[in-house]
Design a protein around this ligand. Structure first.
Ligand code: ADP
Length: 487
């Protein structure tokens, strides 16, 4: 099938989080299954320019704020996947992808409206229509909204189905109602069955309503987003459409994340030979400024966006107890000011034990996975989470809260079987209890090696998940063909 993957970020062109990893890896796995996959992304300032695509040198976008113009660039072909970059410098030639100085760009609705419309216009210039357009998150939710409204009678897209994957329910693209005409949509969509949401417009809501199928990134999260605690106000809409909702776990790109081959590491290791891990630990601690690392002291790693979702208020509540543990705590991340301040303060107070880098640094992320004995993810909610899956492969035993993908991917250690430590209640004491249990197991020694190996031997590669997506695509194509026949 011909599949157009449309997203606001994707490795290696742009990345702020797990979405980019998925967009970088899933298309490759779909191509292996025989699909013809193209990826369409915005061209940001961080994205290197490609040559212009001749048949798409001027895409005209009739938005309510006026006509906008975009072009498409060739992002190249790798692993049987073709990438195209939508170039619209007014909107995308900026320093950040979504924000500047911690605040969202005020014209994000216009930016992603332009991107979504340019994508449809670009697809129309191609000889064959896609069987499937696979969109991701609110930034591309306008693709199905436009398709089922502005393009409703367009024969070119007559056999095209849309899949929308929700990577995080906490971001919905909510804008004041006057944005509706500005992004080219008519007032008739401002209803409870349309985009209206407590007096505003909600693009993710529109995406859910107008897509043919909805997926999210773990089985547990698919259940959770139907409840008030995790649905962020859209639980009713999700429940109403749950017959066409499925949770499919994200996979890992082991070409990027495998300590046996990872080019960014000081030494390599694998389940068959763990020796290199000690060298990685030493290299990490030295890089973080510890002159004489204590090899027996465990390293607890954290790599994260600093957002409330990730459970940092729990860490703040037990900061002193954490620093008092016989462990190094290595933190890499950036985001909300209060959490950056928290970790800066902890590092200042405990310079020999709490080692912090406030940054986005992919190379260091790899070193931390390899150099850590444990990996901490106390998330309030976690749609899938990738770092805990990388941690399994790198022998950094995950300590996680039992939510979403964390719950689906980590099995509690019982002394023999299991891959990590989990806690249920969202409380500082429960987190501390899980960390202490992990430290005790580490000190006890004997079973730790098998705990590490249990995790390192797990396989979360994309093949199985790609097959699940492929089945959904196939069902949609059949349904479309049947509907066309009946009509
Ligand atoms: P989310 O998408 O919610 O941020 P995930 O765990 O799904 O969380 O994915 C996070 C991805 O972003 C991982 O690949 C992780 O390594 C990466 N990442 C997050 N913060 C940083 C950082 N400060 N530096 C480098 N990589 C980071």
């Amino acid at each position: 099938m011909k599949v157009a993957f449309v997203a606001s970020e994707g490795v290696p062109f742009s990345k702020t989080g797990g979405l980019a990893d998925v967009v970088g890896a899933l298309p490759k796995a779909l191509a292996v299954l025989g699909h013809e996959v193209e990826v369409i992304l915005p061209r940001y300032r961080v994205t290197a320019a490609g040559p212009a695509v001749p048949h798409a040198q001027s895409l005209t976008l009739p938005l309510g704020i006026g006509f906008k113009f975009a072009t498409a660039q060739d992002g190249g072909r790798a692993h049987q996947v073709q990438t195209f970059l939508i170039d619209c410098p007014e909107y995308f030639d900026r320093d950040g992808l979504y924000q500047q100085n911690g605040a969202d760009f005020p014209d994000n609705a216009h930016r992603f409206a332009a991107f979504s419309m340019a994508t449809l216009e670009f697809l129309k210039r191609q000889t064959a229509p896609p069987d499937i357009i696979h969109c991701h998150d609110w930034e591309t939710a306008l693709v199905p909204i436009y398709l089922r409204n502005l393009y409703v009678g367009d024969k070119f897209f007559g056999a095209t189905s849309v899949v929308l994957t929700i990577h995080n329910m906490g971001y919905q693209g909510i804008f004041p109602p006057h944005f509706l005409p500005q992004i080219g949509l008519h007032a008739g969509l401002f209803t409870i069955d349309g985009l209206e949401y407590y007096g505003n417009i909600n693009l993710l809501k529109g995406g859910i309503i107008f897509s043919d199928f909805i997926t999210t990134v773990s089985r547990k999260y698919a259940e959770e987003i139907q409840t008030p605690e995790f649905g962020y106000g859209l639980e009713g809409v999700v429940r109403a459409h749950s017959a066409r909702l499925r949770g499919i776990l994200n996979g890992v790109d082991y070409e990027e994340w495998d300590p046996a081959t990872d080019k960014l590491l000081a030494a390599h290791y694998s389940p068959a030979d763990l020796k290199g891990k000690a060298a990685c630990k030493k290299a990490l601690l030295q890089k973080m400024g510890v002159a004489a690392p204590a090899p027996a002291r465990p390293v607890i790693g954290i790599i994260s966006r600093f957002a409330s979702q990730k459970g940092f208020d729990l860490i703040a509540a037990i900061a002193e107890q954490l620093a008092a543990l016989d462990a190094y705590i290595v933190v890499l991340g950036s985001g909300e000011q209060k959490f950056e301040d928290l970790f800066r303060e902890m590092a200042l107070k405990h310079p020999d034990k709490v080692l912090v880098k406030i940054a986005y640094d992919n190379a260091l992320a790899h070193l931390i996975e390899a150099g850590s004995d444990m990996f901490l993810m106390p998330s309030r909610y976690e749609p899938c989470g990738l770092n805990q899956i990388y941690s399994l492969k790198y022998g950094a035993v995950p300590v996680v809260r039992a939510t979403g993908g964390l719950d689906d991917t980590i099995e509690p250690f019982d002394g023999k079987a299991g891959t990590g430590f989990k806690f249920d209640e969202y409380s500082p004491q429960a987190l501390l209890g899980a960390i202490q249990a992990a430290l005790e197991a580490y000190k006890a020694g004997k079973a730790w090696r098998s705990l590490m190996l249990n995790g390192m031997k797990k396989d979360f590669s994309w093949a199985a998940s790609a097959r699940a997506y492929s089945q959904i695509y196939e069902t949609l194509r059949k349904t479309k063909a049947q509907t066309a026949q009946q009509a």
